[in-house]
Design a protein around this ligand. Structure first.
Ligand code: ATP
Length: 196
């Protein structure tokens, strides 16, 4: 059983350098044996379905993280019906890895609204968190969960990239695709994803 596993959930529509940086920095700074990349089926707190299919998002995650032997793409949330609740994923992982340190990795934007996640007190019991700064958003937890959360602030320069910006650039046909891993960009071209 790994001593420490990281969990990076997201829509990954598409995966980009910010996701890779979050996993790499957490793996290094916390000495994680493994990082699970877990693409959501339908993410909570989001309107509208992801643009790319589950199969494409999972494949793009595999391509984005191919260089990192400690990273594995875990498709459990895509197989589950309905909304992908993080607390259910954390419960499953706690059963599978009861002795491991379990660290949920997220960006500051998600930490800022963690109090709106389903059953957050239970989630805080099941996993600790590691946060990476993003877009100048403070890396502080919301007051409502400040007393229960176990949180590490990762030290790394912020990476200014988002899936939303990339989808918009791809739809416009922009050649600027900063932050899109090359293999992911190739997959997007081959499959004509995110076009108008
Ligand atoms: P979208 O623009 O579609 O909302 P996103 O770029 O925020 O997508 P998600 O797949 O929603 O990407 O993010 C998954 C996780 O990765 C979240 O915890 C998010 O905060 C974190 N993350 C995404 N981009 C960055 C970034 N540039 N720096 C740090 N963390 C990031």
């Amino acid at each position: 059983m790994p001593a420490a596993i990281g969990i990076l959930g997201g829509t990954f529509d598409p995966p980009h350098a910010g996701h890779v940086a979050a996993a790499v920095v957490a793996q290094k700074q916390l000495g994680l044996d493994e990082v699970r990349i877990i693409p959501a089926g339908q993410a909570p707190l989001r309107t509208g379905a992801p643009v790319a299919s589950p199969a494409d998002r999972a494949e793009m995650c595999r391509l984005a993280f191919a260089a990192y032997p400690w990273a594995t793409v875990d498709e459990r949330e895509m197989r589950r019906e309905g909304t992908s609740w993080s607390v259910e994923t954390a419960q499953e992982l706690a059963k599978e890895y009861p002795e491991s340190r379990r660290v949920w990795i997220l960006g500051a934007d998600q930490l800022a609204r963690l109090d709106r996640w389903k059953d957050v007190a239970e989630l805080c019991r099941l996993v600790e968190f590691a946060v990476l700064s993003r877009d100048g958003i403070p890396t502080e937890p919301p007051a409502a969960i400040a007393s229960c959360i176990r949180l590490t602030i990762l030290q790394a320069p912020p990476i200014r990239v988002s899936s939303t910006e990339l989808r918009e650039a791809l739809r416009r046909g922009d050649s600027a695709r900063n932050g899109l891993p090359l293999a992911v960009a190739r997959h997007i071209d081959e499959r004509s994803l995110y076009q108008a």
